[in-house]
Design a protein. Structure first.
Lengths: 756, 121
């Protein structure tokens, strides 16, 4: 039963089936779209409409009661679809469509000529006849010549709850019924003209008539998350608070890249202008989406059931019959070309996967690079208030500002704009902007070079060191404790820490703790304290002056020696690596302790062997040769002590007499990580040694056996001699054992400390 | 070399020339053009013919006339203008020259080929 309507078409009254009318309408719409850029478009359409009307009239005159779908299809074939116009050798000479047709034939070689019709018809459709839900999976299966069951299983396994890809395909891919009708329904293509990677986003955007960048951002979200989730990036650690919206997470995150790849593989490129027409097509609004889904869902339950049983029976059939026999003649005829297509297709998949992988890596690289640069930029900018303490007035300031802006921020902005432009689908970068970005960045390089060269010049010279003795109020103590000044002051934590601005604004001094304390043996019976003040500068005079300006106080109260917590640096004197070496001479038989308290923030390197070396001036610019000279002139021993441990000065040097005094300290936490590290190291060392021991033991045992065997054949006298040598070879083994034992002792001690 | 492209380039000019030639013989209805072309084994879709005619008309080579039909509304018949005739003559001359030239060259090539074949024998 078909509904027939009367239409007034170009001055003729035509009775036409409603469905046929729909087809006709869509056909004319497609023509209108196709010729829309042509001069005299309306006239052409009008002429064609006239002709159609005439043909319809002829049909009616021959006695047909009304115009049917078949009639309309015949007429359409005789006049031709936009796709057929393309095939007509670019006859219609329109310059724009002409380029498309040449593009079309570019890839194909001579032999493809005959089979091009077949290949063109291979498009993705949803399979109406074998569908469970929307026919997407069976459509994909048809497309790839696979079993629909396999596709369904793969889909569920790989994409899981990610329903989004399915929905997109469901809505966008035409069903086979459309193919039969030959309508001009909107189709989803990859838009290669506006592509960034595969043109998937661009195609989707065209389809849903939204901006490209929205989709690109949607696909990027999980990507960014992926990078952000690597918490090793220090910068992101403060990004703990609100997470990305969970909704996006569920729909996109796990499979976005995968969905992209699937779409990339499955969607055809919009090559011909007919494709492009279909890509834009009629508007897709909520209503049409609803319609599609609603009609598709009709009878879903029964279909699912019947599919299950059909699947079962199909299995049975296939197992009983030879699969080849099932194929009809037509299929076997097509086999060759299909095989060829298959190879082509596998190649395509490979290239696409490789491309996807490369883009993936590239994306991560760019985002990481950006993050790193951004972090550097933030650090540099927040250090700006400190510059007056370091930089000379004038040029150096400008060098630094230039370096920060041009070297760090310019590329950040450049990369961000480039990425945004790409996402937004701008085709050509503005060469002027691009080259100016490059120029600015090169200028940034120049700035950074000038900055460091001028800065290193400011640090190039050093003062002539003078050792001064500090008078002690009471030098004849038995026990001296060295600690830092008790009063609270603001001290900068660490040189290159990022600290918020306000802490500096009202400070005109900041403190560096470039201090080394060494302990030596006193030749008299009293404690002696000596200080050497050191500084760098652009000239020797300046360095001397700066060294003299160092104000480092040492105050003795009873048996406690209070030291300043740092060397004050003001804006006039600037930081020129001022540092102090303090020597405490301890008389024999007297005890000394350097507390941990209050020193927490001092730079201190710990080595894991019970003794620690104090290396305070490692940061900054402490590696000038002169400094090394001074370091070398002292024996390392005098710097090897542990803080918070009591030492007794003996004739042979310092001797540890107390274990750690575990006074309650602020910032004990800082140490625990050190201890953990130490513990780990020790454990590893122990394991290694044990392993070595076992190995060497078994080796030695073998050796022994060998020698025993050899000895048995020799005379008794010689036997004795050999035995002696054997013993010596065992000795290193014993050494190892003792080493391990001592390590074990250390370990236990560290454990104790840690447990506390 | 892109064979398809060359083919299409070859046909493009020739088809236009053929259509002009048909119209030059007298007033004609577009579907008759298709029929005549079909007789000469040159297939053209009406969908491509109409835009071409419109273009030629806009270029001043063609004109049209409404002719009453026995049934239904009048039909659009195309006819040459003077300008169109002049253009057709130029094209005809060019075509003849070209056909001769192509004939000559391909014949030469054929002759040489047959000569070679003879020598080989």
């Amino acid at each position: 039963m078909k509904k027939v309507i009367n239409i007034n078409f170009q001055g003729r009254i035509l009775p036409i089936e409603e469905f046929a009318y729909e087809i006709l309408k869509k056909y004319i719409d497609s023509l209108r779209d196709y010729f829309k850029n042509e001069e005299g478009c309306d006239e052409i359409i009008n002429d064609i409409e006239c002709r159609i009307a005439e043909l319809c009239d002829d049909r009616l005159k021959k006695g047909a009661p009304c115009i049917t779908q078949v009639d309309i299809n015949l007429i359409i074939t005789s006049i031709g679809r936009p796709a057929d116009f393309e095939a007509q050798d670019g006859f219609e000479a329109s310059s724009s469509s002409n380029t498309y047709s040449t593009e079309d034939t570019m890839g194909g070689n001579y032999y493809d000529n005959e089979s091009s019709d077949k290949q063109q018809t291979k498009k993705l459709y949803r399979d109406e006849h074998n569908k469970v839900l929307g026919g997407v999976c069976s459509g994909i299966a048809n497309y790839f010549n696979l079993d629909p069951l396999l596709v369904r299983i793969l889909w569920i396994f790989l994409i899981g709850v990610n329903i989004l890809g399915y929905l997109i395909l469901w809505i966008a891919v035409p069903s086979t019924s459309v193919k039969e009708v030959g309508g001009v329904r909107k189709r989803l293509f990859r838009d290669i003209e506006n592509k960034l990677i595969g043109g998937v986003c661009a195609g989707l955007a065209k389809y849903f008539s939204i901006q490209v960048w929205i989709l690109r951002i949607l696909f990027l979200i999980p990507f960014i998350r992926f990078v952000v989730n690597f918490r090793h990036l220090h910068l992101w650690q403060f990004w703990d608070a609100p997470d990305f919206p969970n909704l996006l997470d569920i729909t996109f995150s796990p499979g976005a890249v995968f969905v992209y790849i699937v779409l990339w593989l499955v969607l055809p490129e919009a090559k011909t202008s007919a494709d492009k027409l279909q890509m834009v097509g009629e508007k897709v609004d909520l209503n049409s989406i609803k319609n599609t889904i609603q009609t598709d869902l009709e009878g879903f339950g029964t279909r699912a059931k019947s599919w299950g049983s059909a699947q079962r029976s199909a299995r049975r059939e296939e197992s009983s019959n030879h699969p080849n026999e099932n194929k009809d003649d037509n299929a076997s005829n097509n086999n060759k070309s299909e095989n060829k297509g298959c190879f082509h297709f596998v190649g395509n998949i490979l290239t696409i996967l490789i491309k996807a992988f490369v883009y993936f890596i590239l994306g991560i690289l760019i985002i990481s690079l950006l993050a790193a640069l951004f972090g550097l930029g933030v650090a540099g900018t927040s250090l700006l208030p400190l510059r007056k303490f370091i930089l000379e007035d004038g040029l150096q300031n400008w060098y630094m500002i230039g370096a920060i802006i041009l070297f760090i921020w310019v590329p950040v902005i450049g990369i961000v704009t480039a990425v945004v432009r790409k996402l937004a689908g701008f085709k050509k970068a503005n060469t002027l902007i691009r080259s100016s970005f490059w120029a600015l960045w090169i200028l940034g390089w120049v700035c950074i070079f000038l900055f460091f060269s001028s800065l290193s010049k400011s640090f190039s010279k050093h003062n002539i060191p003078v050792e001064k003795t500090v008078a002690l109020a009471n030098a004849k103590l038995n026990f001296l404790t060295v600690t830092s000044e008790p009063k609270m002051k603001y001290y900068e934590d660490h040189w290159f820490d990022i600290t918020p601005f306000e802490k500096f604004t009202d400070e005109d001094t900041f403190y560096v703790r470039n201090l080394r304390i060494r302990i030596t043996q006193s030749k008299t019976d009293s404690f002696e304290v000596k200080i050497i003040k050191l500084s760098n500068g652009s000239t020797k005079e300046e360095a001397n002056k700066l060294a003299n300006n160092i104000n480092f106080n040492i105050i003795q109260k009873d048996s406690i020696l209070f030291l300043d917590r740092g060397i004050g640096i003001n804006k006039q004197d600037k930081f020129r690596n001022q540092h102090v070496i303090m020597t405490i001479a301890v008389p024999i038989g007297k005890r000394i302790k350097i507390t941990k308290k209050g020193w927490q923030q001092f730079n201190m390197n710990v080595n894991g062997h019970g003794f620690r070396t104090e290396r305070i001036d490692d940061i900054g610019f402490g590696n000038d040769p002169w400094d090394g000279e001074w370091k070398n002139s002292y024996d390392d021993e005098s710097f090897s002590y542990e803080r918070g441990v009591e030492y007794l000065m003996t004739a042979s040097g310092l001797e540890k007499i107390g274990r750690m005094d575990l006074d309650n300290e602020v910032g004990q936490d800082d140490d625990t990580s050190d201890i953990e590290q130490q513990l780990k190291e020790l454990k590893e060392e122990r394991q290694k040694l044990e392993g070595d021991l076992k190995k060497s033991r078994s080796e030695k045992m073998k050796e022994l056996e060998k020698i025993d065997r050899a000895l048995e054949q020799k005379s008794n006298d010689q036997k004795d001699k050999k035995a002696v040598t054997n013993n010596t070879s065992v000795i290193p083994n014993l050494n190892n054992v003792s080493k391990v034992a001592s390590k074990f002792g250390d370990l236990q001690w560290v454990m104790e400390r840690f447990a506390y | 070399m892109d064979i398809q492209n060359t083919q299409s380039q070859m046909r493009k000019g020739v088809l236009e020339f053929c259509i002009l030639s048909i119209i030059q013989q007298g007033e004609v209805y577009p579907s008759d053009i298709v029929e005549k072309m079909k007789l000469a084994n040159l297939h053209i879709l009406e969908g491509t013919l109409y835009p071409l005619l419109t273009r030629l008309k806009n270029a001043g080579l063609l004109n049209y006339r409404w002719v009453e039909s026995i049934s239904g509304p009048p039909r659009k018949y195309f006819v040459m203008t003077d300008e169109g005739n002049a253009a057709y003559n130029v094209l005809l001359k060019t075509w003849n020259e070209m056909a001769d030239a192509v004939q000559l060259i391909t014949n030469n090539a054929n002759n040489i080929n047959t000569l070679k074949a003879d020598q080989a024998l």
